[in-house]
Design a protein around this ligand. Structure first.
Ligand code: SF4
Length: 496
């Protein structure tokens, strides 16, 4: 028997076919920027602390890395409690009726954006494993993508392991669980020896806390301390600031940090010596918050310098420079400082618009960009404008933006992207379109300039990006198609 929701969906499907011939239920606006991955947060103290409030603050600071779901696991007097659900941090925390249940001496948390597996609840994190008495004995939160997850899942299933989710992150959980009898450190090492791809992980057993990072440190993971007995690990340093922790250092590529009942504080173990650092360059260009510092490099400074560099690389005469919010704005300020062309905050972003719309016509879909970004017309009419964006992915948003500016009566448009052309997809934890949909993989600069309808177009050069970041020890895979690890296939665990 159908329930009310099914009746409504059937009705709408029939309506869409008869009236519009297209899906009316939900239109996912195809993303036109690389999309955030996930944020992870972990906290450990040798005494009871307010893990409820602190993990909430930490996850708030990492909300930009994932808005689909979030969750926490808390270790309290030898037990692990878990809560996770769809929605923002505030949505999930506000339903916690007994916050004292989530106060203990250790917590891990996760904000989710789906890059592998589907969007169902069983893929929300932290993941946990139970013993035969239905008690949680292990919980982890993961940011990254495993490139060999599919094979490892098959191997484990052949050994009788039952998977509950379709995410690659569960492979990490099951491998640690399988080896726990060896001891925690050995179990994590055995897991790291098997898994490939990118991973920053925080986790806990019923009496130990741990965090570890892949052999290239592709996704970020920083370590901080609130006091000498209370440690924090998080995707970005902003989460340390949010809980009053001092930055200690970044967790090293190939390093496990963990607690041990015989020794105070955190222990460190390098699974492999001399790993080559290759943190994702896009963290600095787009993903990370500007007030974060990763591997000793402040994100805002990178963005501002990229504006100055692209001015040196491709100077132009103009009346004003504008930035596409949010990450294009510091670059526009950098461009303005270097060039002397005034920066004007002309593009106003609507912060309450998501990616999903119910929109029946193409004409209306075209208007989405006005909904998201609207210019202050009096500031741009009759002007020569430099517009700076962090990147050009599909090109659709850039094209619509150019149209808005033209409709507003600008005289000239000079488009600057402060990343090199994106020519290849990411397999390492960032949601980018396939190569067919990446406009720079299919058009050269002149073709793209004509497509956008601008007077000039320039991308930050790889040399300039490397000079701003201070070294080529980063992942530049989406610009060069050369990845620090074999790309493999995107580890979608589609139910078979
Ligand atoms: S391929 Fe691009 S987005 Fe993916 S990790 Fe490398 S630099 Fe970052």
């Amino acid at each position: 028997m159908k329930n009310l929701k099914q009746h409504r969906e059937d009705y709408l499907k029939q309506f869409q076919t008869e009236v519009y011939g297209r899906n009316l239920l939900k239109v996912e606006e195809p993303m036109d920027s690389p999309t955030e991955e996930c944020g992870i947060f972990g906290l450990y103290s040798d005494h009871d602390i307010d893990t409820f409030s602190l993990s909430q603050f930490g996850l708030f600071a990492l909300q930009h890395r994932g808005q689909e779901a979030c969750g926490i696991s808390v270790m309290k007097q030898g037990k692990i409690y878990n809560i996770k659900d769809e929605g923002l941090v505030l949505d999930v925390y506000k339903v916690i009726r007994e916050p004292e249940t989530f106060m203990g001496n250790s917590a891990i948390g996760h904000t989710r954006y789906t890059t592998a597996g589907d969007k169902k609840k069983y893929n929300f994190q932290p993941f946990f494993a139970k013993n035969e008495y239905d008690q949680i004995i292990l919980s982890i939160a993961h940011n990254g993508n495993l490139t060999n997850a599919h094979e490892l899942k098959k191997e484990l299933e052949e050994e009788g392991v039952v998977f509950k989710a379709t995410s690659d992150s569960e492979v990490i959980l099951r491998l640690i669980q399988k080896n726990l009898d060896l001891g925690l450190r050995a179990a994590i090492k055995a897991t790291m020896d098997k898994i490939e791809g990118s991973y920053s992980v925080v986790g806990m057993t019923r009496n130990k806390f741990f965090a570890f990072r892949d052999f290239h440190g592709i996704r970020p993971l920083v370590l901080g301390a609130i006091d000498e007995n209370t440690y924090v690990a998080a995707s970005e340093s902003v989460a340390l600031d949010a809980v009053g922790a001092q930055y200690v250092r970044d967790i090293l590529p190939g390093e496990i940090v963990f607690t041990n009942e015989n020794e105070p504080g955190l222990q460190s173990f390098l699974v492999r010596e001399n790993c080559e650092r290759r943190i994702c360059a896009f963290e600095y260009i787009y993903f990370a918050r500007p007030d974060s510092t990763l591997e000793g490099i402040n994100v805002h400074e990178v963005r501002e310098q990229s504006g100055g560099k692209i001015w040196e690389q491709a100077p132009v005469e103009a009346d004003i420079v504008i930035g596409v919010p949010d990450s294009g704005v510091p670059a526009a300020i950098g461009f303005s400082i270097a060039s002397g062309i005034p920066f004007r905050p002309v593009l106003i972003k609507n912060r309450y618009v998501g990616r999903s719309f119910i929109i029946p016509s193409q004409e209306m879909r075209e208007r989405i960009v006005n909904l998201k970004l609207n210019p202050i017309l009096s500031e741009i009419k009759g002007k020569k404008v430099v517009i700076i964006d962090d990147s050009i992915v599909r090109g659709t948003t850039s094209k619509r933006l150019v149209k808005i500016l033209k409709d507003a009566g600008v005289k000239e448009i000079h488009f600057r992207s402060v990343s090199p052309p994106i020519i290849a997809p990411c397999y390492l934890g960032i949601d980018t379109p396939s190569k067919d949909d990446l406009i720079s993989a299919n058009m050269n600069k002149e073709e793209l300039r004509d497509y956008l309808g601008v007077d000039s177009l320039e991308f930050l050069s790889m040399d300039n990006l490397i000079s701003i970041l201070g070294s080529d020890r980063h992942c530049f895979g989406c610009f060069t198609e050369k990845y620090p690890v074999p790309a493999g296939v995107h580890p979608e665990f589609v139910d078979e």
